[in-house]
Design a protein around this ligand. Structure first.
Ligand code: HAS
Ligand code: HEM
Ligand code: CU
Length: 573
């Protein structure tokens, strides 16, 4: 049966079989494109880990033939993993879930058009990346100047994600009109809040790329202002990390409890967390720019406090996730203060992946608070500490969660059975172990001052690091690359074997693992708690987000516009 929350009196057309089939194909297309991008990106990672282990493989004839430089590889790694993998997976995931949750019929022509647009953007941007004409790293800070084809492709990709956002918001509003007075079901609530946050967040990047970078790279303007470009970039660049995280949170809140054998803690609390992310995710970007000149300290400190505020909904999530796991384990005979942990279904690769992803995020989040503290920032900024931080946030909390989701999502979409569940289980432990080692080695080296984004294994620099006795963290980092390489092989063996096998079941036999809530929100707004009623108007909260962003970015950006600098581009590769 379809897990539908909408009633039959609705005038809105529900999902019919043909639309559902097409929607499942589309979701599969998004997910497979995502994991293909990740596969290429992840092949490059271990080479970088070896570099931070003091082993330079970039002089080998094979790599010399394949890559123009360390930086071409690093650009591909960052773009494919952090930008392409995430965006494709999320666009499929966060269209599929609300459509099923509301049981509404989307316009599938439009949905496929969006997927094709996004793919066209990706292929366009891929050309200059592969020909070494856009080796600008995934942050593409000017005055580094890549080929205009790269910026245009990236803009098309981001625009396509905004079309998905538009479609989901549109469907939600149609559902609201057909069901006046009803509380938005919680999976839809989380999805719509995330998409609306992304719309406000994306404004900075859209303006940067469309107004500044594309005309400049086409030679239409004399130069570009690097400080303004960076500020617009981080307007989007911080909240983009929540655009990667919240789709994983959706799974932690709504699906993981059921997979663990328990219930979601509270729908009201879940909605509060997402409402807070909607309002507070964006106005914090200056925590990436503490070292930038010509930005007043006052604004840096204000962004710092807002960063601490936006950590609160993650702390709510930590509480909530732990509560629902504990609820599950105790329901299955778990006992003791922490002994209950053993009663979680550790044989289930999908559950295990997600719980390990959460564990990594405890450390990733704690490191984030260090980064955000303006007094600590000079110690860690631009050092290997930072890649240490984000491989246990986006590289594990997000990526390992999506890997775990694939273990039920592919059977659910295709009717194929997960190939080798035991290999799947092994792959997630290898990934978790590898990423924890990578994080340990990189954080450690960062504290010793080893820079990020550097071919540190090149002989000239090695002497300096050898003098610092970094043998142990270097060895840990090199080992992490090998462990992660094994993890990737195990994971992709399972994924491709599953996808290439024959359909054996009715796909709906593997249901979406929607969890019940210990404390539900209620059906109608009239019966709901004040918290549920106040978090319902998502459009008003979006407006509040926009006002807050203008308040904390207006005074930062206005002087940059008044003193706009035309800096010519540079090609350093
Ligand atoms: Fe970050 C840099 C601050 C979260 C990603 N971050 C980066 C970069 C990336 C990134 C990619 O303030 C590099 C950008 C570049 O290339 O320059 N980050 C934060 C803060 C948070 C944070 C305060 N980051 C993330 C997330 C990311 C991500 C999420 C991706 C998905 N980050 C920074 C700062 C910088 C930065 C500075 C700039 C550094 C510099 O100097 O350049 C917070 O959102 C973190 C809040 C999270 C928590 C943890 C909650 C824990 C949970 C798990 C609970 C687990 C349970 C398990 C219950 C407070 C939810 C129970 C298990 C059982 C078995 C019982
Ligand atoms: C950078 C290793 C997977 C995203 C790096 C660096 C290393 C590394 C050592 C630092 C390079 C430097 O600063 O010079 C690995 C390994 C992986 C892996 C061994 C697993 C096989 C991932 C995943 C993601 C990711 C899954 C995201 C989904 C990034 C990003 C950068 C990076 C965004 C920064 C690129 C830049 O500075 O421009 N990786 N990584 N990596 N990695 Fe990974
Ligand atoms: Cu940030």
């Amino acid at each position: 049966a379809l897990p539908s929350q909408s009633s039959s009196r609705a005038a809105l057309p529900g999902l019919d079989a043909a639309t559902l089939t097409s929607l499942k194909k589309l979701t599969q297309a998004y997910a497979v494109t995502a994991f293909l991008a990740l596969m290429i990106g992840v092949l490059l990672g271990p080479l970088q880990a070896l570099n931070y282990g003091g082993i330079n493989v970039y002089d080998s004839p094979l790599l010399k033939a394949l890559l123009g430089s360390y930086y071409q590889g690093l650009t591909l790694h960052g773009v494919l993993n952090a930008l392409v993998f995430t965006q494709f997976f999320i666009s499929g995931w966060m269209l599929y879930l609300p459509v099923r949750d509301l049981n509404v019929r989307p316009n599938m022509r439009f949905a496929w058009f969006t997927y094709l647009t996004m793919t066209a953007g990706l292929l366009t941007a891929a050309v200059p990346l592969l020909t070494n004409d856009a080796t600008v790293l995934y942050t593409f800070y000017p005055p580094l100047e890549g080929s205009p084809v790269f910026y245009i492709g990236a803009a098309v990709m981001v625009a396509a994600s905004l079309l998905v956002a538009g479609q989901v918001v549109w469907l939600w509003l149609a559902w609201k009109r057909a069901h006046p007075g009803r509380v938005t079901p919680v999976v839809t609530y989380m999805s719509v809040a995330t998409w609306l946050m992304w719309v406000v967040a994306a404004l900075g990047l859209v303006v940067e790329v469309v107004v500044l970078l594309i005309p400049w790279s086409l030679g239409l303007t004399r130069g570009v202002d690097p400080l303004l470009a960076r500020t617009l970039f981080w307007w989007t660049g911080h909240p983009i990390v929540y655009f990667w995280l919240l789709p994983a949170y959706i799974s932690w809140y709504a699906f993981l409890p059921r997979q663990a054998g328990g219930r979601m803690a509270s729908e009201g609390l879940t909605r509060l967390a997402f409402a807070m992310f909607l309002v507070f995710s964006v106005p914090v970007g200056l925590h990436h720019q503490y070292a930038d000149p010509n930005v007043q300290n006052t604004w840096k400190v204000i962004h710092m406090f807002l960063t601490f505020l936006v950590a609160v909904p993650s702390l709510l999530t930590a509480f909530s996730a732990a509560a629902s796991l504990e609820d599950a384990a105790r329901a299955h005979g778990g006992r003791g203060l922490i002994g209950w942990v053993r009663r979680l279904p550790w044989g289930n690769a999908s559950m295990t992946a997600q719980v390990l992803a959460m564990v990594s995020f405890i450390f990733g989040g704690a490191g984030g608070i260090v980064n955000a503290s303006i007094a600590f920032s000079p110690v860690v900024h631009n050092t290997a500490w930072i890649p240490g931080h984000f491989h246990i946030t986006v590289g594990t909390a997000t990526t390992l969660t999506f890997m775990g989701v694939m273990f039920w999502l592919v059977p659910h979409l295709t009717g194929k059975r997960l190939a080798s569940p035991r290999v799947a289980l092994a792959s997630v432990w290898w990934w978790f172990t590898g990423m924890m080692l990578l994080a340990l080695g990189m954080h450690w080296q960062g504290l010793a001052g080893v820079p990020r984004r550097a071919l540190v294994s090149a002989s000239a620099q090695q002497g300096v690091y050898d003098a610092m006795h970094l043998g142990l963290p270097k060895a840990i980092t090199a080992a992490s690359g090998i462990v992660l390489f094994v993890a990737a092989i195990l994971f992709y063996a399972v994924l491709w074997r599953t996808l290439l096998s024959r359909r054996v079941d009715d796909p709906e036999r593997t249901p979406i693992p929607t969890s019940e809530a210990i404390s539900a929100a209620g059906e109608t707004l009239a019966d709901a708690s004040p918290l549920v009623r106040r978090t319902e108007p998502l459009l008003a909260l979006t407006f509040a987000a926009l006002v807050l962003v203008i308040l904390v970015y207006g005074p930062v950006i206005a002087p940059m516009l008044a003193n706009y600098q035309f800096i010519p581009g540079q090609r350093l590769w």
